[in-house]
Design a protein around this ligand. Structure first.
Ligand code: URA
Length: 205
């Protein structure tokens, strides 16, 4: 089976998932979508109202901001992969519970191992905590780190940016600051970096 078929196979399993109770209050699962060979994987928190209705990630106002930010640096959403920490919408958009995040984590791991992106952009603190536990988003946003073989760039959640103009400025700046890394992730200079560098700031080009 090729990667596209394997990902669709996985998405079908996600649609049938009952590993936590979130499926009960939602319309459908939102497995994620994008280029199976994407170099960049954006990971949000969980589906909201519009995503729950459509079955697609980041299609509401937060998604429109994400798409605009991508297009400003010359990327289309179809060139990246977009997914979430939890695949069913939490009731009334509440924060996902630790038990729900744990129940859903295998899906994200399988997506990551199939797609094998170079860069992971975490959107918001729940997604960031999967890769950079114990840090504060206000202190690390926009700073690329090497984690478990990926380059992880923690960013604010676009929904938070829409609620707060100061976060909006930082969100837009973080895209701009990481423009080259996002456009040419393969050109990251890994010279001299070993696994002991994990957590270090990435040296670009
Ligand atoms: N917010 C998220 O975290 N994910 C989506 O898919 C939409 C909004």
């Amino acid at each position: 089976m090729d990667k596209t078929a394997l990902l669709e196979n996985l998405a079908e399993k996600v649609r049938a998932c009952k590993a936590c109770s979130l499926y009960q209050g939602s319309t459908q699962a939102v497995p994620g979508e994008g280029d199976p060979n994407a170099k960049i994987f954006f990971i949000g928190e969980g589906p909201g109202f519009y995503e729950d209705k459509s079955g697609r990630p980041f299609v509401g106002p937060a998604g429109q901001l994400l798409e605009r930010s991508l297009s400003k640096i010359g990327l289309g959403r179809e060139e990246v992969f977009i997914g979430n920490v939890v695949k069913h919408r939490p009731p009334a958009n509440r924060d996902p519970l630790p038990v729900e995040i744990a129940a859903c984590s295998g899906w994200l791991e399988q997506q990551l191992s199939l797609i094998r992106p170079v860069v992971i952009v975490t959107l918001g603190r729940f997604s960031m905590a999967r890769f950079l536990p114990g840090v504060k988003i206000s202190q690390v946003h926009g700073q690329a780190k090497r984690v478990k073989g990926f380059i992880v760039i923690p960013m604010f959640h676009p929904a938070a940016a829409l609620r707060d103009s100061s976060i909006m400025n930082q969100f837009l700046e973080d895209f701009e600051k990481n423009r080259e890394l996002l456009i040419q992730p393969d050109k990251i200079n890994l010279d001299g970096q070993t696994s002991e560098d994990e957590g270090d700031q990435i040296k670009l080009f």
